[in-house]
Write a protein that binds this ligand. Structure first.
Ligand SMILES: *Cc1c(COP(=O)(O)O)cnc(C)c1O
Length: 376
């Protein structure tokens, strides 16, 4: 075998449809991880399939300096649906690149270098985004990373206010930490981050790579707060499975963002997929379904296994169950004995990130499996 980096799971996948993944041996799995939230509309969504195939038949690629309709439409779409007045759009291919750009733009626009990031935060694996990522496990052996980064306790207003000064270019955080254990920020902390960055002329960056696009029950997690950041990054689900990401900026950032670029920025095919994804999310009020089904999932888990786990938390369909034993043992049991695929978030948290289109029957299947697995 020539692949490395990823350890492979013993389930070869052949096809997907909606919430279901079918293995090579014909076994059907309920996909409650959506491959890290990358298929918010479910696998092989008809609108996204059609838009992608239509674009593929017309033009696969042309560099970003020549306008093509699908990219121009995506700029407009993202500007329309972005939080507040974050109307300026940079397109790239992954979450870490979107954050890398956010940090570069913030440094250039402010003329400062210091970046304040959060303990237990996750922002990706390239040298800059990794420098903003907390966990030693991801950083070990790759240092020195990009310099002038400082970490504060997520949720600690005083520590944040102390860390941000006139040399600060940006504060970067997830409105709800995903990889770090599914930790929602206290609303007052987000407000404090907005106030202190504004006071010192620094950019507030919300990494919505995991929380965005309806995941938490609104198009952006920040929509449920009174805070509008200067930059929002989005990736994972944007192309419903095709690689595309965006850095959404206020005008003061975009007009002094510096020299940046990427060969594959805004390829016509992923742009077509992203337009179809955004249109469907909004037209069918998919975030509304995420809010409803997320609450239902958390309520049902609370009722059935609330006493047997440490905590059930999250927002919309970003749900974490903190268990009393190793999360990976539970995930293995869920996959092999109950045909349910989910994800860890650290050692003790089972994380559910299903397609946002799930229905009550899917929730019931997962609750039943969790009763059997956690109750053992
Ligand atoms: C997954 C993730 C990233 C990294 O995205 P990639 O596409 O893997 O580079 C960054 N930030 C958050 C919050 C994520 O969940």
């Amino acid at each position: 075998m020539a692949g490395f980096v990823f350890s492979e799971k013993p389930i070869g996948i052949e096809s997907g449809e909606g919430v279901t993944l079918t293995a090579n041996d014909g076994t059907e799995y309920l996909d409650f991880g959506a491959s890290y939230a990358c298929v918010p509309l479910g696998h092989r969504h008809p609108e996204v399939q059609a838009a992608t195939q239509e674009q593929l038949a017309k033009l696969t690629f042309v560099q970003a300096s020549y306008p093509v309709e699908s990219r121009t439409r995506l700029y407009e779409n993202l500007a329309e649906y972005s939080p507040g007045d974050l109307n300026e759009v940079w397109l790239c291919n992954s979450g870490t690149e979107a954050n890398e750009a956010a940090l570069k733009f913030a440094r250039h626009a402010t003329g400062d270098s210091k970046i304040v990031a959060m303990m237990r935060g996750f922002h990706g694996r390239t040298m800059g985004s990794l420098a903003a990522t907390w966990k030693n496990e991801y950083r070990e052996g790759f240092e020195p990373l990009a310099g002038d980064f400082e970490f504060v306790e997520y949720g600690d207003e005083d520590a944040l206010e102390e860390a941000v000064d006139d040399d600060t270019a940006a504060v970067i955080m997830e409105p709800i930490q995903g990889e770090g254990g599914v930790n929602p920020a206290p609303p007052a902390f987000l407000r404090a981050a907005r106030d202190v960055t504004e006071h010192h002329g620094a950019a507030l960056v919300f990494d919505e790579v995991q929380t965005g696009l309806g995941r938490t029950g609104s198009l952006w997690a920040s929509d449920q707060t009174d805070v509008v950041p200067d930059i929002t990054t989005t990736a994972k689900g944007l192309g419903n499975g095709l690689p595309i990401a965006a850095t959404l900026c206020k005008e003061w950032i975009a007009e002094n963002a510096g020299n940046h670029g990427s060969t594959f920025s805004g390829g016509p095919v992923p742009c077509a997929a992203a337009n179809a994804t955004l249109d469907t999310l909004v037209e069918e009020d998919v975030p509304g379904n995420a809010a409803e089904m997320g609450e239902y999932l958390r309520d049902r888990l609370e009722a059935e296994i609330g006493d047997e786990v440490r905590d059930i938390r999250g927002e919309g369909l970003l749900v974490g169950v903190e268990v009393k034993r190793n999360a990976n043992a539970i995930l293995k049991d869920l996959a092999l004995n109950h045909q349910i695929l989910a994800l860890p978030a650290g050692r003790t948290v089972v994380r559910f990130l299903p397609p946002l289109t799930i229905e009550e029957e899917h929730v019931e299947e997962v609750v039943e499996a969790m009763v059997a697995t956690v109750g053992e």
